[in-house]
Design a protein around this ligand. Structure first.
Ligand code: PRP
Length: 207
């Protein structure tokens, strides 16, 4: 049997991804240990799991370094990827939203928008015919309007706690987000049997 390599997103999706693998009968004990390890071989299942930052998961899948991955739809929306998006895993639910101070200076023609998602942001405001300057951030995006770096932000909102604690509000929702199972296009052909078995088990669990 061929080894199946799976890339998982570190952070808030990891816990749910591990739970899902356990629910389909894959023992992930080693993955739940508190360590800095990034690669885990699960010999009894012939599965290798690697842990990556969200934006790097589709890169590994696209290049065929791993066969499949679990990643947020936000990452898939930000860039065109050459891969198959096969299952909505229905966890990691959140929204892409525009947020800012409750009053942002009405009628401002040119808005400065801070975001980790420049492409999603550009597309959203282009559709509305609104002219914006995009200020790319790597994290803590909520700081930008507080410090005067931007007028508004585009970011993912899960519980809304980060916005609330920083005096910001949702001004507009852009899209619903959840975790997705993605596949390398070649692996789907060359390891079809193993991959189809995993997809079928996952689909039964999430649907
Ligand atoms: C994400 C997002 C928000 C926050 C939203 O950041 O960018 O800041 O989570 O979650 P909430 O609505 O439940 O408060 P993340 O924690 O991934 O860290 P980052 O700011 O370093 O990107």
């Amino acid at each position: 049997m061929e080894t199946i390599k799976i890339a998982m997103t570190k952070g808030r999706l990891a816990k749910y991804s591990i739970e899902l693998l356990e629910e389909i009968g894959i023992d992930c004990k080693e993955l739940k240990e508190d360590s800095r390890k990034l690669v885990f071989f699960l010999p009894q299942h012939n599965i290798e799991v690697i842990l990556l930052k969200g934006m790097d998961v589709p890169t590994y899948v696209e290049h065929g370094v791993v066969d499949m991955g679990i990643v947020g739809k936000d990452v898939l929306m930000e860039q065109e990827w050459q891969l198959y998006e096969v299952v909505d895993l229905k966890f990691g639910r959140c929204k892409f939203s525009v947020a800012g101070k409750p009053v942002i200076g009405n009628g401002k023609k040119h808005l400065r928008v801070a975001t980790k998602y420049p492409n999603v942001t550009r597309k959203h405001f282009a559709q509305k015919g609104q002219s914006v300057e995009i200020i790319r951030q790597e994290g803590s995006v909520e700081l930008a309007p507080l410090m005067g770096l931007s007028d508004i932000i585009v970011d993912i909102v899960e519980t809304g706690k980060t916005l609330k604690e920083n005096g910001l509000v949702v001004l507009e929702d852009i899209a619903d987000i959840s975790a997705r199972l993605i596949l390398n296009k070649v692996s789907y052909k060359t390891k079809k049997k193993e991959i189809t078995t995993i997809i079928d088990l996952i689909e039964k669990k999430v649907n």
